[in-house]
Write a protein that binds this ligand. Structure first.
Ligand SMILES: [Zn+2]
Length: 109
């Protein structure tokens, strides 16, 4: 495992603890999505409590951290179905604002 990957996994595990997602088995993969498509996506199986966090390759370190916390937040605040575009947009905004606020708070500790 590269240093960079182990640092990233340590960050993910730290936030898994902060968000009390300790029961989940969370893995991480980078994706070569084109710019301005996805920053991150999370696939999860709630019965098995397994999740794969996918993050776009080549992001700045700061945006990578925001995106990881955002994606982990989706396990705390899951999508509900059926969803419409308004609900999805508001959910995404709420998750993003919360992720950024939590990262700021954590940086001050
Ligand atoms: Zn999202």
């Amino acid at each position: 495992m590269t240093k960079s990957r182990s640092r990233k996994l340590a960050f993910i595990h730290k936030w898994q603890r902060i968000l009390r997602l300790g029961d989940w088995k969370i893995t991480y993969e980078e994706k070569a999505w084109p710019h301005k498509t996805y920053s991150g996506r999370t696939r999860f199986d709630r019965n098995e409590m397994m999740a794969v966090v996918n993050i776009r390759k080549g992001m700045t370190a700061e945006y990578w951290r925001i995106t990881v916390v955002h994606e982990l937040m989706h396990l705390r605040i899951p999508f509900f179905f059926p969803k419409d575009s308004w609900a999805e947009q508001e959910l995404e905004r709420g998750v993003e604002m919360t992720a950024r606020a939590l990262l700021k708070l954590e940086a001050k500790r």
